[in-house]
Write a protein that binds this ligand. Sequence first.
Ligand SMILES: [Zn+2]
Ligand SMILES: [Zn+2]
Length: 803
Amino acid sequence: MTDTPLYNEVPAQVDLPALEHEVLALWRDSKIFAKSMAQTEGRPEWVFYEGPPTANGMPGAHHIEARVFKDVFPRYKTMKGFHVGRKAGWDCHGLPVELAVEKELGFRGKPDIEAYGVAEFNAKCRASVQRHVDAFTKLTERMGYWVDLSDAYWTMDPAYIESVWWSLKKIFDDGRLSQDHRVAPWCPRCGTGLSDHELAQGYETVVDPSVYVRFPLTSGPLAGNTALLVWTTTPWTLVSNTAVAAHPDVAYVVATDGTERLVVAEPLVASALGEGWTTTGERFTGREMLRWAYRRPFELVDIPDAHFVVNADYVTVEDGTGLVHQSPAFGAEDMQVAREYGLPVVNPVRPDGTFAPEVGLVGGVFFKTADEALTADLDARGLLFRHLAYEHSYPHCWRCHTPLLYYAQPSWYIRTTQVKDELLRENERTTWYPETVKHGRYGDWLNNNIDWALSRTRYWGTPLPIWRCGEEHLTCVGSLAELAELAGRDLTGLDPHRPYIDEVTLTCPQCGGEAHRVPEVIDAWYDSGSMPFAQWGYPHRNVEQFESTYPAQFICEAIDQTRGWFYTLMAIGTLVFDRSSYETVVCLGHILAEDGRKMSKHLGNILDPIELMEANGADAVRWFMAAGGSPWAARRVGHGTIQEVVRKTLLTYWNTVSFQALYARLANWSPSAADPKPADRTLLDRWLLSELNTLVREVDAALDGFDTQRAGRLLAAFVDDLSNWYVRRSRRRCWQGDPAALATLHTAIETVTRLLAPIVPFVTERVWQDLVRPVTPDAPESVHLAAFPEPDEALVDPRLSGR
Ligand SMILES: [Zn+2]
Ligand SMILES: [Zn+2]
C-alpha cells in the first residue's frame, strides 16, 4: 500500500488571497493560459470581442464586474471544446484622456494646450495612456481575467488608425460621410461638439429658471395693446430671439385680467396665466397670426429682418403658452424654421460658452450664468410675467460635467439615418441578455437614430483622413501608403497623429491644387467600434484572422454601453460590412457602493479593486459578481456583502475538500478500479451521484444561457447539500475509510471543481492540484485544461431526488 498515490495535505483553514498568489505563480510558470489556447487550436471558434477600457484613469471596482463575465464565459466555452481567442485592447484616444492630461498640467482649456504645443500635449496623452494601461494590466492579472495582454490592440497604433481610415473611406465613398452646418450639442469647456450617444450619457438634474415673457405686438389687429406670452427655460437664448413660432392649426386667444391683454394658446390659458384671467372672445389660428411683428425682449445684438410670428408644426400645447421663442443658433428645430423663413442665424455666444464681449449687459458672461442678469433686466422693464424655478434634466458634458449648449457649428456627420432600417434589421438578429433591452432601451435608441456627429475639434484622436483643396474638393485617404502616394513622398515611420499628419499636404487629384487635411479628429467611440477589424489592421494586414472572427458570438459590458460601444460596434459593422459585428450581447447592471449610491470620488465611496481582492480574494469578488444576485440589475458591493457569500459557498466547499483529504489520507485511500461500482453503493451515495449528474446538466444549461446567477444558485445549493447532508451523514463511514463513501465524495468534489472552475478559477485550481492531479494519472495539468463535465444520465434516478 505504500506506493498508493495520495491526495496532498489540505489545511482546514484557507487564506484565499494567499492561495491565489500561489495559483497565479503556477499559471505563470506553467504557461497555463497559453497551453489552453494551444490545446484548442483548430477547434470551432467561439468569437469574443474585448471592449477596450478607456485608459484615462485608474480602474475602479466596477471595472471588475464586466471583466468577470468576460472571463467566465470564455473559460466555460473553452472547457466545452471551443477555441476562444482573447485579444486584449486599450482605448487610447479622446476627451477622457485629454482631460486627464489637462488636469495634470493644470490647464483650463484649449488656449492652454495651443500655447503648450500640440506635439508636446499629445506626447503627454500617450504617456498617460501607458501609465493607466499598466494599472489595468495589474487588475486584469490579479483577478484571473485571461485575456492576451501581450498581443493587445491599442487604438493609437498606426496600424489601427490606418484600419479606421480604411473604414471611413468606405463610408465616405458610399456618400455617407460629409460636413454639415447643424445645431448640435457643444461642450464650451472642451471646445468641441459631441455626438448624440455621448449626449445621452451626460444628463444631470438641474434647477433652471422658467420664465414667461411679454413680447408686445407691433403689427396686426392686436398691435399696440396686446403682447404675445412666451415661455422659456433658457433666458440666455432670448438675447438672440429671432421669431416666435405658433402652430398653424392651434387656436390662440386674447386673455385679460382687466389691466393687460396677452395672447396664449387656447388650451393653455389656465395653466399659463392662472387665476383671475378671462378670455375676451378674440380668437386667431396660428396661420392667421403669421408675420405679426413684435418688439423683441432684448436689443443687445443686431438681428435684421426678423421678429415676427412664424408657423411650425412641431409646436405643441402640452406646456408653456403654445408660442415658442425661436433662437436658430441654439436649436435644431429653430434652425429648420429659420431656413424656411429666410431668417438670419445670429450667434452671440463664443465657442467657450461666453457671450461676445461687445454684447451689452452680459458681454463675457458664461451663457448659463447670464440667466440671472437677463431675467432681472426683463423684470425691471416690465416684460417678465412670471418667474419660477424649474427642475429638469439638462445635458452636461459626460467627461467634464460642464452644461452643454446646442450650438450651430460645422461638423462632420456619418449619415447613420440612411441605414436605420438595416440597423433595425441587425438588431432583430441579435440576442440580448436581458431580453428586454432589445426592443426597450436599445431598440428605442435605434428608432430615434440621428446622424452621428463624428468630428471633434480636439487634439488627441484619430485624425479625420480628409484633405481639402482651395476649390473645396475632398480627398478621403484609406491608408498611409495611399497618403504617401498622393503626397508624393515617403511617409514610412510617420506618426499619424496631430500635429505631424497636419504637415502632410497632397496634390488634389481633381484640380491639382494643394490640399490640406481638415483640422478635426474623430470621436473616440468610432475607434472602439472599429475594433473587430482594426484590432487586426484589416484589410492592410491579417485578412484571414479578421474574416474568421467576424462577427462575434459574444460581447459583454455594462448597460450604459447601449448608447456607447454596443451602438458604435453595430453601426460601423452595418455601415462597412452590412452586418452587425456581434450576435449575442450581455448587458450588466451597474455596481453601486454598499450604501446604495453610485461609486464616485465626490462621495468618497470608491472601492479600490486591488484592495477588495487582497482583502477577500479575487474568487470571492468573482463569485459575488457572477452569482450574488442578478447580473442584469444594479447591485451593491462592499466587503460585507462579499464576505457573506464567501462564507456560504466557497468556505463550505473548502471544508468538504479538507475533510475528504484528511480521511482519505488517513485511510491510505485513493480512487481506483477496486472501489465499489455506483450501483453497489448505499442509497445515500446513489442519491448524491444522481443529484450530481442533474447538477451537471443544469449548470451547463444555465451557463449556456449566460445565466450565472442560476448556475451559482444551483452550485451553492449542491455544495450546501454535500456538506450539511451527505458529509454529515457519512462522517462515520469516512472515518472508517469506507471506499464507497470516499469514492462518492471524490467524484462529487472533482465534478463540482470543474463546474466551478470558470467562475472561481483560483480555489478550483488549488483543489485540482491537491485532490485530482495526484490521484489521477491522466489528469490535465490544470483544471482549466480539463473538459466541462458531461452528465452521466444512467446515474440520474428521479426516484432518489427529493429524499
Ligand atoms: Zn467637456
Ligand atoms: Zn481640388
